[in-house]
Design a binder for this molecule. Structure first.
Ligand SMILES: Nc1nc2c(c(=O)[nH]1)N[C@H]1C(S)=C(S)[C@@H](COP(=O)(O)O)O[C@H]1N2
Ligand SMILES: [Mo]
Length: 320
């Protein structure tokens, strides 16, 4: 089994969930047929990658499995150490092959990482240049449902709109702090679009209205060499996407949905909508947008999800 190199990732949102770091180990597509076989492979990876202080025994307990589109599935286990502390395990399977195992390590767990661990570099994904539109009809591996499922992995934050602002900063000539009124003054466009979640559901023709990201870029003037945009929400959620996506015509800071201000659950007062990227890139309750040269992981990216997440190419997970 080939597991030469693992990545150590983290994100402030994961810290809020009590996870200090993630060890993400790509493995060479190993055929698996069932949970028991998966558990076997996981224990072999553990033996090579992790070691614990004062360990007497450990136990790998199956927790749940879920499909991620048609192509992938995610299998969760818990690694109990001495019957008390546990480390979360996420095994990503594509087709019938195990492609990565991630260990989510809680704050305060005494674990040593044996294998070579580096920093994830998105350059290995060989992202094609430019953006790519929605394409016709349902994207590969997706199923239509009627209304979007509400996700709030870190809870629904209380936002006082009279004090709320969106800060846009980083490698820019003119950092700004925008109130809701400031955003409206920049000019709002309508975007009617399908919306796609990486877990496999899509919703047809959602009507959003908001400020084009290109308009915001025009205002802040990103510097030469900017490659990524990192975004944070009032809940502590974060995500990241390639800078070029700012210039996609359907990429907006959405202020309205279906003809009304965003519902609190859908991100009021403002969220991203970048509909040709999977939904996790469309951060809700946004407060900060940072233009950067270097890549940094957001919440789901730190758990092995793709740096770009292009729907048409089924960029669900990192591939290397
Ligand atoms: N702040 C924040 N933004 C978020 C999420 C979240 O948990 N917190 N979930 C993401 C995911 S995975 C999806 S699919 C969409 C769902 O949007 P909705 O909750 O408006 O349906 O929001 C994205 N933005
Ligand atoms: Mo999602």
């Amino acid at each position: 089994m080939s597991i030469g190199f693992c990545y150590e990732t983290s994100s402030s949102g994961l810290l809020m969930k009590g996870i200090s770091k993630v060890v993400d180990c790509p493995v060479e597509g190993l055929a698996v047929s069932g949970v028991n076989e998966l558990r076997d492979l996981i224990s072999r990876v553990i033996a090579r990658v992790l070691s614990f202080q004062g360990i007497h025994y450990y136990d790998i307990v199956f927790e749940s499995s879920e499909p991620i589109g048609y192509t992938h599935s995610l299998h969760k286990f818990r690694l109990f150490i001495n019957g008390r502390q546990y480390i979360g395990i996420r095994a990503v399977v594509r087709g019938k092959k195990l492609i990565r195992i991630l260990f989510t390590i809680p704050i305060g767990t005494d674990v040593e990482i044996k294998s070579r661990v580096g920093k994830y570099d998105p350059v290995i994904e060989k992202l094609g240049k430019g953006t790519c539109g929605g394409g016709e009809g349902i994207p590969p591996g997706q199923v239509y449902i009627d209304i979007p499922v509400v996700y709030a992995i870190l809870g629904v934050p209380r936002v006082d709109v009279s004090k709320w602002t969106l800060r846009v900063e980083g490698e820019v000539g003119n950092a700004v702090e925008l109130s809701l009124l400031d955003l409206y003054k920049l000019g709002v466009v309508d975007v009617e679009t399908d919306f796609h979640c990486v877990t496999g559901w899509s919703v047809k023709s959602v009507k959003f209205a908001g400020v084009p990201l290109a308009r915001i870029a025009e205002l802040v003037v990103p510097k030469e060499g900017v490659n990524w945009v990192y975004v944070e929400g009032a809940d502590g959620y974060s995500t990241v996407f390639p800078y070029i996506e700012v210039y996609a015509s359907d990429a907006i800071v959405a202020l309205e949905m279906n003809g009304k201000p965003l519902d609190v659950l859908h991100g009021y007062p403002a969220r991203l909508v970048i509909p040709h990227l999977y939904g996790w890139k469309s951060a809700k309750w946004i407060t900060r947008m940072v233009f950067t040269r270097d890549y940094s992981e957001g919440y789901w990216e730190a758990l092995g999800y793709h740096p770009r997440g292009m729907v048409q190419f089924e960029e669900r997970f990192k591939t290397r």
